[in-house]
Ligand binder design. Sequence first.
Ligand code: NAD
Ligand code: UGA
Length: 475
Amino acid sequence: MTPAVADIRSICCIGAGYVGGPTMAVIADRCPQLQVTVVDLNAERIAAWNHDDLGRLPVYEPGLDAVVGRARGRNLHFSTAVDDAIAAADMVFLSVNTPTKSRGVGAGQASDLRWIEASARQVAAAASGHTIVVEKSTLPVRTAEAVKAILAAAQGDAGGSKTFSVLSNPEFLAEGTAIADLEAPDRVLIGGEDDQAIEALAAIYGHWVSGERILRTNLWSSELSKLTANAFLAQRISSINSIAALCEATGADVREVARAIGSDSRLGPKFLQAGPGFGGSCFQKDILNLVYLCRHYGLEEVARYWEQVVDLNTWQQQRIARKVVLSLFGTLTGKRLAVLGFAFKADTNDTRESPAIRICRDLLEEGAELAIVDPKVDAGQIAADLGQAPGPLGSTTGLVGVGEGTWAAAASPLEAARGADAVLILTEWQAYRHLDWSALAAVMRRPAWLFDARAVADAAAARAAGLTVWRVGEG
Ligand code: NAD
Ligand code: UGA
């Protein structure tokens, strides 16, 4: 029997990542009567969630420290005791990673569901009584079938008392605004077949989300809506980036075009910011997953349509690296570039699929020396992403570069710019809007360039300081 709404006292979330941590923190904050336990196999991550210093949580999100500070130890717990937390829970969220498969059938496109399967098996083994299992991870449409099959195999165990309901409740938060998105979501989506289970989950969100924003659908619509939302959002970015290239060729300005088209209420002003291409852990993987599903169902034209959104994005990243090389007289050997920003967007420490990775790799391939700075990304993460340890930068000491690209972390934009031929802005951190261009120009080698792939810097000030300025989408 599915518990009535009032019977949900304890929930557990498997996966203490960028989604599981913030989502459960907000649920615990808004529902003090619920006990919320977030579990993970990664003991280091759990220790970081339990760190006394709220400035050292494993996920950087504005406002997250305050929410965790209010709820942790009261009704929000982080633990590695996965089975105990499952056994105690009336409702278990699966919020594990679902990256693109790297080998085997569907490699490069299909989602790798091994973590979902493992966590479903763990729930099947450790649950007691009736448990509502909620898919929070982004999953291919019809994954709930597999989750249900795994749970069904354990159904009736423990003297017949073990039973399950499966719901889909995809998450739509964006990193950098996760807390605001969770506290005031545009909508909460719940897909399922068991009305009582749906209402039990809706009642949790109902503590702070108004009823008309809680949408109920069947399981498959819910799963597919998440992939579709990400595909449409990413499509807008590829669309505006394609027009940015045309603006550069024709003398138009993509920001003026974006304002003009965004004023049409049918289009709206959001997600029209041209840049170095979209990054983040989800857009590319979710579109590729959609492409894979379309091919699986024999919809080749539909698959090719969505594939183009990713192809355009890759082209945009390569185009920016090429622009830098060609502007600096076709060679970067022995030249220093200051790279400002490495995270895939501002206000996060996440670098997964960051455009900075491909762009920096292409520049290193050309023999550049990169001085990289980011307010929230450390040198260890940059080394892991570039697949290359930091090395000494030679050209400022008078050495002629030998053609091997090197990089080093810099402590500030000013330090990064010392001896550099160019500054390249790859993340739209607020601080980069207010750089002191006369101070930066004074320590750079002449002639000096600014390549602003986010169009955030004060271009007039940079030009006044003597730099040649390129901004994405400016003809
Ligand atoms: P993440 O990699 O940050 O976190 C996943 C966590 O799950 C990891 O810490 C991992 O150790 C843990 N884990 C995996 N298998 C486990 C198991 N069997 N038992 C215990 N712990 C286990 O991933 P994320 O960014 O939080 O994303 C999670 C899901 O949410 C993905 O499907 C993603 O597509 C989706 N999503 C992400 C975002 C986002 O902004 N990052 C937004 C919406 C949806
Ligand atoms: C995105 C979606 O916005 C969320 O709704 C979704 O839940 C999430 O993916 C997910 O499923 O993981 P996120 O990737 O965190 O969120 O961040 P976005 O704000 O969407 O930015 C994604 C990328 O697009 C970033 O690299 C960003 O710089 C870029 N972007 C965004 C642009 O280049 N231009 C824009 O106008 C907007």
